[in-house]
Design a binder for this molecule. Structure first.
Ligand code: AP5
Length: 219
């Protein structure tokens, strides 16, 4: 299975991609996570990306395309993979198709998780992430067992720098302007499935599993 999870910030892409990845035993490639890790490690990539991410803007296509192409060529992606947050622009989608074609495969599904703006703001303002292991929580919807502490490793929880309201609005704007056109792109190729991302996490997962089990259009 090869699929990409799209949708506005806070739609639940990361949460659901992780659950699907565990269920199907395939890697999840989160471009946001790769960039945050690079920023934490202060690599050249991290320093390149920092200004864009802190402003809520997209990191340039050439940087993102190189990272994902390199990651997809690793052997663990051979049985399949889930992309979380890539592609986000039409040039990224074209580059993804070319990379996969060179690997002798292609995308099975492009799933767009949908959520209204009010819900997105509620989700992102309540999100807390573990500094040590990256596990995400939500103060209301998925609270950590002990306040301020990760339920998985005990690490310190913090709010993502780009989850402050002004930056969330900039991320929503970048989504509308640059990523939304991808829905028509994938619809034209018969790959798009739109899934309602509102409701309990388990309920959204069941909706996604139903879409995935309908099978790939290439089958
Ligand atoms: P990225 O990390 O991908 O951020 P995003 O797309 O804005 O996505 P989020 O992680 O905020 O939301 P999500 O949809 O994954 O929701 P989540 O499951 O976490 O990217 C960050 C930045 O990196 C970008 O702004 C850009 O600068 C750069 N970047 C990344 N990829 C790029 C690319 N391809 N090209 C260029 N630049 C790129 O859930 C959010 C919260 O809601 C959590 O607290 C969760 O617990 C909660 N929640 C989830 N589901 C539910 C539910 N059903 N009900 C209630 N709460 C829920």
């Amino acid at each position: 299975m090869t699929l990409t999870m799209m949708g506005p910030p806070g739609a639940g892409k990361g949460t659901q991609a992780k659950l699907l990845g565990e269920k199907f035993g395939i890697p999840v490639i989160s471009t946001g996570e790769i960039l945050r890790e690079a920023m934490r490690a202060r690599t050249v990539l991290g320093e390149q990306a920092r200004g864009f991410m802190e402003a809520g803007d997209l990191v340039p296509d050439d940087v993102m395309i190189g990272i994902v192409a390199e990651r997809l060529r690793r052997p663990d992606c051979q049985p399949g993979f889930i992309l979380d947050g890539f592609p986000r622009t039409v040039p990224q989608a074209d580059a993804l198709a070319a990379t996969l074609a060179a690997m002798g495969t292609r995308l099975d599904l492009a799933i767009s998780l949908d959520a209204p703006e009010q819900e997105i703001i509620r989700r992102l303002s309540g999100r807390r992430v573990c500094r040590a292991c990256g596990q995400g929580f939500h103060l209301l919807y998925d609270p950590p067992p002990h306040p301020g502490r990760c339920g998985r490793c005990g690490g310190e929880l913090h709010q993502r720098e780009d989850d402050v309201e002004g930056t969330v609005r900039a991320r929503l704007h970048a989504y509308q302007e640059k990523t939304l056109p991808l829905l028509a792109y994938y619809e034209a190729r018969g790959l798009l499935r739109v899934v309602d991302g509102v409701g309990p996490i388990e309920e959204v997962l069941q909706r996604l599993l139903a879409v995935v089990s309908e099978g790939s259009p290439r089958a």
